[in-house]
Design a protein around this ligand. Sequence first.
Ligand SMILES: [Zn+2]
Ligand SMILES: [Zn+2]
Length: 369
Amino acid sequence: MSDRILAAVMTAPHQPIEIREFARPDLPPGSALLRTERSEVCGTDVHLWHGRLAGVPYPIIPGHVSAGTLADVRGPLRGLDGADLREGDRVAFFDVHRTCGRCRACTVHRTPTRCLERRVYGITDSAAEGLFGGWSQGIYLEPGVGIARLPDSVSFDDYIGGGCGLLTAVHIIERATLRPGDSVLVQGAGAVGLSTIALARLSGASTIFAIGAPESRLELARQMGADHVFDLQSSSPAERLERVHALTHGEGVDVVVEAAGSARAIEEGLTLVRDGGRYIVAGHYTDVGPSSINAHQHINRKHLEIRGCWGSEAGHFLRALMFLERHADDVPWRAIGGRTYSLNSLNEALADAESMRITKALVDPWADV
Ligand SMILES: [Zn+2]
Ligand SMILES: [Zn+2]
């Protein structure tokens, strides 16, 4: 890698993405410089571009989940898996860093994803501080960042195809306390929903339903393991409820996962889950306004368990890698990555992601430069 590192910068919401040049960073002990091979454009990046997330220190280099090759290591540097890391290793890193380990969220409540000190590459790190995002030829991995080697059988495209959605899905399955034989319904067929379908299948779910759009995503949902898919546009909530009841002894589904990010999805999800079932809300990463709930009908009388799911922890990252090592061949994570874009074409990538022409855009920062 040369001393000039090109990165794509989101200067402010609604502004075109700009290519800027950064100096190669000085590395303190315990840090590294990653040569980025793949990053992604996910739904969060579209939210960032629309200015829908609070407290984002624009300008930023987006791309929170990325993978590459260690170009420079100021070691010793040990991976999350315990292995010593060296220059030339193919690695991925956990995008959440600076979780403090001392606050009440971290220690008393054991909910580190709610730590107020926590920062996330590509989202809450400013470009003014350096190479903290994946839409760049190089990423500065500061001391303390969780790094792990990519298993040999996992390509960069496999890993980024799963990407942030896969990490979130590992957390969702954990929050759902999924049991063998549970029926599952996933609302939303984006990256999070698709990975949740795959993990539910591999975790022993019986019948899996998915609701989403457009048809290309529903086809991916089938490939990831959904048995019954509903097109959000061409079927009504009443039709979906009737069909789900017909296939679940008239009860509804054991576990419903909301990965749609729509206030209306909550209203429907509460009707599709069975009495005494579990409802996991994971798609409301931004505030899309209130949902209308009848607490008597939908929660209390149903004896329902509702759980939120925010972010992910290093353990979810490492388990996602272990899952990929075993299942990269039989689950088409790679297919979620619709198209690969260069740094110069990220405005187009954002527009394509926004309009749902693609499920996920991959970024190759070395293409066309
Ligand atoms: Zn903390
Ligand atoms: Zn993401």
